[in-house]
Design a binder for this molecule. Structure first.
Ligand SMILES: N[C@@H](CCC(=O)N[C@@H](CS)C(=O)NCC(=O)O)C(=O)O
Length: 217
């Protein structure tokens, strides 16, 4: 199985797809492309109509879009273990992931993932509201599931894979959390797969200007 991703320093959607495999110990070959280059688009054009990463190639099955990838990995390789075990919790988990996939637009636009950087930013009211909404959500989920494990629904799930880039963003832009939300952020950052991703990101040298937001601290 192959997963096509892009720059680990910047590519949030790549990180989500990559963690959906890595954090569950599913073996795969990683193919890393440099964002926005000719080789990036040429390679992707051979596999997907949308020319965006991540793309998963599993034999004769090709899946693009992080949301479709996590569902495929859950079904084909995890026997359902990628989501919480109860139906109501699964529904809630999928709603939260869908919201991350299509919402929090101000946060996503104003705070690009830039793992290696420390930046100061003036956030809009909308972005501040997104930060607050995520902190409240983390706090609430941890309060409800702390007896089942250290992640949002207890055991690591696709929900955690979807919030992983946010944990890096909060570090980059000096967003300070408190209580259970802060503890959860640290849990995510300390996950061995997150440490591996960050170590690889720190070795990268490409600079994507549009993802370099804020002033160096
Ligand atoms: N909805 C897609 C978004 C994928 C996406 O926007 N990927 C970015 C990298 S993080 C990309 O490939 N951008 C290249 C481009 O837009 O030309 C998903 O969830 O996978």
């Amino acid at each position: 199985m192959k997963l096509i991703i892009a720059n680990k320093n910047y590519s949030t959607w790549s990180l989500r797809g990559w963690l959906a495999l890595k954090a569950f110990g599913v073996p795969f070959e990683e193919i890393k492309l440099t964002l926005f280059t000719e080789a990036f688009y040429d390679t992707l054009a051979q596999h997907t109509p949308v020319q965006k990463v991540p793309v998963l190639i599993d034999g004769d099955v090709t899946v693009w879009d992080s949301l479709a990838i996590v569902e495929y990995v859950n079904e084909a390789h995890l026997n359902g273990a990628g989501w919480p075990s109860g139906m109501a919790q699964r529904a809630e988990a999928r709603a939260i992931v869908a919201q991350m996939h299509s919402g929090y637009n101000a946060l996503r636009n104003e705070m690009p993932m830039n793992c290696r950087a420390q930046r100061r930013l003036q956030l809009s009211n909308e972005a501040q509201a997104d930060v607050q909404a995520i902190a409240t959500l983390w706090q609430d989920l941890r309060a409800r599931h702390s007896d089942q494990g250290d992640y949002l629904f207890g055991a690591f799930s696709m929900v955690d894979a979807f919030f992983a880039p946010v944990a890096f963003r909060f570090v980059t832009y000096g967003i300070e959390l408190s209580g259970e939300a802060e503890r959860y952020q640290q849990t995510l950052l300390n996950h061995p797969a997150m440490k591996e991703w960050l170590a690889d990101a720190l070795n990268e040298t490409d600079i994507i200007k549009e993802d370099e937001a804020g002033e160096p601290v």
